[in-house]
Write a protein that binds this ligand. Structure first.
Ligand code: SF4
Ligand code: SF4
Length: 439
């Protein structure tokens, strides 16, 4: 085990380490027990409109399916749940299995659904260690939910975009009602019951200009594990009613105005990094910074967008349809259905292999020659809709932001790498930085 892994394992409980870096698993499928169903309708949500793929209760190409349940169009049936749990455990090549319950809003299913999950996991575990995490908007949390999560050691990922004015800008119910206070009540419940949780903040055109307000807010609410996701979406009306463009739609679709610009993202990430590297290394864990350090020392980053290839992290819709990735739930990326093909067969299929390898193989020359390629790897293919300086397609929209960030953090990453190589804690950077010539 390398020193970084040892350090991370000392820092995080082993089960928390598994759940915090799910993309480092060789085979990972997050599932949608309530499809895209959600009690909120955040402006930038990429998943709400997936219900249009299942307008008649089942995927258009799949109408004869025996598990088609027209009266429960977006909810996972017992048969699908059992098939998923059995196949997913069987497909693992490691002794640990991580289940991620995602949405939409997974708490749209009742507690009895998740009790059944535990029962089935126990039935099919075969001696493996099972971990669960659930990504929620937090507004439906109750004492009952939190008792369940605490008793069963579930990790909760909670979406919150910063202080109220930033959070409520985009995260609202269909009728426009804000959600901040309900989310905060959910956080208090998680804390009251001692549930492990981390925050997922979407970096958008508004909060990106206030990095320290956002960062200090997370610290003030007692959050020590933070994941920032820059939002980049393009709009292109489809005949079935969907409004978001996929990479297959070409380069012409206009950006959605909630998208963060590369300059904003660089400013956001660099400003928070400067604060973190002076005060919080080893106490606050920002996924972007941990993943960058992992790349610096030659380890897998645990964040798919920074990895050389992808394709081992798929998503399963409520009816068992498997798609190449959560951000590629489009008809052209549907791999099949678990009632017809096994998860193993679909995940190791030539199609999925090609999907994952394309992340590396389709890089434009500018990325292949880039000094930051070892850490950036061109970013997520979903966002590669720009032209390089010499007119080659396939450059990531956030490239300029990535370059600025990596250039900015490089001296500190070099120092932390050196510390790790000498078996010293990277948190020493906070002392090193106080030396006059380093600030
Ligand atoms: S396509 Fe993007 S989001 Fe999906 S696994 Fe690859 S890098 Fe991650
Ligand atoms: S920083 Fe830009 S050029 Fe370099 S690898 Fe990333 S996307 Fe490509």
């Amino acid at each position: 085990m390398c020193y970084l892994c040892a350090l991370l394992k000392r820092t995080y409980a082993p089960s928390l380490m598994n759940t915090l870096t799910p993309f480092s698993s060789p085979l990972y499928v997050m599932s949608k027990p309530a499809g895209s169903l959600c009690n909120l309708a955040c402006d930038y949500c990429y998943y709400l409109e997936k219900s249009l793929l299942y307008r008649n209760g089942v995927h258009e190409s799949h109408k004869s399916h025996e598990h088609f349940e027209p009266h429960k169009p977006l909810l996972m049936s017992d048969a699908t749940l059992e098939a998923f749990i059995r196949q997913y455990i069987e497909a693992q090549t490691q002794p640990q299995v991580l289940f991620t319950w995602h949405g939409g809003e997974p708490l749209m299913r009742p507690l009895t659904f998740y009790k059944k999950v535990l029962e089935l996991q126990r039935r099919y575990a075969g001696g493996r260690q099972i971990d669960n995490c659930l990504q929620t908007n937090g507004t439906l949390l109750t004492d009952e939910w939190c008792t369940f999560f605490s008793e069963n050691n579930w990790l909760i990922g909670l979406s919150i975009d910063g202080p109220q004015e930033f959070h409520d800008e985009y995260r609202r119910a269909r009728g426009g009602q804000p959600s901040f206070h309900k989310v905060m009540r959910g956080i208090e419940l998680l804390k009251k019951h001692g549930v492990e949780w981390n925050a997922m903040g979407v970096v958008n055109d508004f909060n990106a200009d206030y990095p320290l307000d956002v960062y200090h807010f997370y610290k003030d609410i007692g959050c020590h594990y933070i994941q920032f996701t820059p939002i980049v979406e393009r709009l292109l009306p489809h005949s079935d009613g969907r409004r978001l463009a996929s990479i297959a739609d070409g380069q012409d679709a206009p950006l959605a105005d909630f998208s963060v610009t590369p300059e904003q993202y660089a400013h956001f990430a660099c400003t928070i990094f400067d604060e973190w590297v002076r005060h919080d290394v080893g106490d606050v864990f920002v996924q972007l910074f941990d993943a960058t350090l992992a790349c610096w020392v030659g380890q897998a980053p645990g964040v798919c967008s920074m990895a050389e290839t992808c394709g081992h992290a798929a998503v399963m819709e409520h009816n068992g349809d498997l798609y190449s990735c959560d951000h590629f739930v489009f008809p052209e990326y549907r791999l099949g259905n678990i009632h017809n093909d096994s998860i193993t067969a679909m995940m190791y299929s030539p199609r999925q292999h090609a999907f994952g390898a394309a992340k590396r193989d389709s890089l434009p020359g500018q990325c292949r020659q880039c000094e930051w390629k070892f850490a950036c790897n061109g970013g997520c293919p979903k966002d590669r809709f720009c032209m390089t300086a010499d007119g080659e397609p396939g450059l990531n929209y956030l490239c300029e932001g990535y370059r600025t960030f990596f250039r900015h953090v490089a001296p500190y990453m070099d120092f932390m790498k050196e510390e790790l190589e000498h078996q010293r804690p990277p948190a020493n950077v906070m002392e090193w930085i106080k030396e006059p010539h380093k600030s």
